[in-house]
Design a protein around this ligand. Structure first.
Ligand SMILES: Nc1ncnc2c1ncn2[C@@H]1O[C@H](COP(=O)(O)OP(=O)(O)OP(=O)(O)O)[C@@H](O)[C@H]1O
Ligand SMILES: [Mg+2]
Length: 275
């Protein structure tokens, strides 16, 4: 498999050594409803380096999805700046592929293979190249046997694997994931977490991953950006890159630390996944 070398993410450090791939500076983001302004993300700054797995962790409603949508270019900023490889991310583009939590993000009338081929055709790839890449990522995500099935013939976990394969086949500079495993049962979730870690290592893709789960943040991530209640700010950025064994004392004590950071407001405790 040539994934490692062919991946755009690994060739896009044209921004120069030491320059972050993604830079979020003093982002303030919100919504205007009935002429009233609601600020979800108050003032958030963080950076993501090429090949890193960055987890956004915070209480429900603190603006994690809002922040991810702004990075994707779906939402504008009230203030601040978001730059990808040195360029402002004003519009959505295939350099930022998104995987959502919902199982219905696939085209229901297309087979698994065509779900992966189609977006590549939309960005102008030749059919033969799109099909070659589709088969490559089907294999990477262990979906080869399901290539000719339709989404309604797949389990939830398989649908999420197709969504990940489809996103990776675009060669994004960064893969944005909004609680992609949040609706899966615990066993499938931990299997997909392991698979994602493996695929990220093989493709060197950069990940920005939203989660509610402290365990997921520590297990999957390299660094965890902990957000407080809305209008959110960064509470702390915790390095978890050395923690990949949940049975170790370090893993448990980092989970404890994140738990204490998130317990900013007792009312929010009920909303947090403390597994
Ligand atoms: N389209 C919208 N219009 C108006 N307000 C919105 C919109 N989307 C989100 N909000 C509000 O912005 C705030 C942040 O929402 P967001 O979905 O980003 O939170 P979150 O951290 O992703 O929460 P969760 O963990 O529950 O997914 C919430 O108060 C929410 O009600
Ligand atoms: Mg959300």
């Amino acid at each position: 498999m040539t994934t490692n070398t062919s991946h755009a993410g690994s060739t896009q450090s044209a921004s120069g050594a030491g320059t972050p791939l993604l830079s979020v500076q003093h982002a303030k983001i919100g919504y205007v409803v009935n002429r009233e302004t609601h600020v979800a993300v108050g003032d958030v700054s963080f950076e993501v380096r090429q090949g890193e797995k960055i987890m956004l962790l915070g209480p429900s409603g603190c603006g994690k999805s809002t922040l991810l949508k702004a990075v994707a270019g779906f939402l504008g900023l009230f203030d601040g700046q978001i730059r990808l490889a040195g360029r402002e991310t004003l519009k959505p583009g295939p350099d930022r592929a998104v995987v959502f939590q919902e199982f219905d993000q696939l085209f229901p009338w297309k087979t698994v293979r065509d779900n992966i081929v189609h977006p590549q055709r939309v960005i102008g790839r030749a059919r033969s190249e799109a099909e070659r890449r589709s088969d490559e990522y089907l294999e990477l995500m262990k979906l080869t046997q399901a290539a000719d099935r339709y989404p309604h013939q797949l389990s939830g976990g398989m649908k999420q694997r197709v969504a990940i394969a489809r996103a990776l086949a675009l060669d994004p500079m960064i893969l944005l994931m909004d609680e992609p495993f949040g609706a899966l049962d615990a066993q499938t979730r931990s299997r997909l977490q392991r698979e994602l870690i493996d695929v990220a290592a093989r493709t060197n893709v950069t990940l920005l991953f939203v989660t509610h789960s402290i365990q997921e943040a520590v297990y999957v991530g390299d660094r965890v950006v902990v957000l407080g209640n809305a209008p959110s700010t960064v509470q702390e950025v915790v390095d978890v890159s050395a923690l990949d064994d949940p049975s170790t004392l370090e893993f448990t004590s980092t989970q404890e630390h994140l738990r204490s950071l998130l317990a900013i407001d007792d009312d929010e405790l009920g909303n947090l996944a403390f597994e």
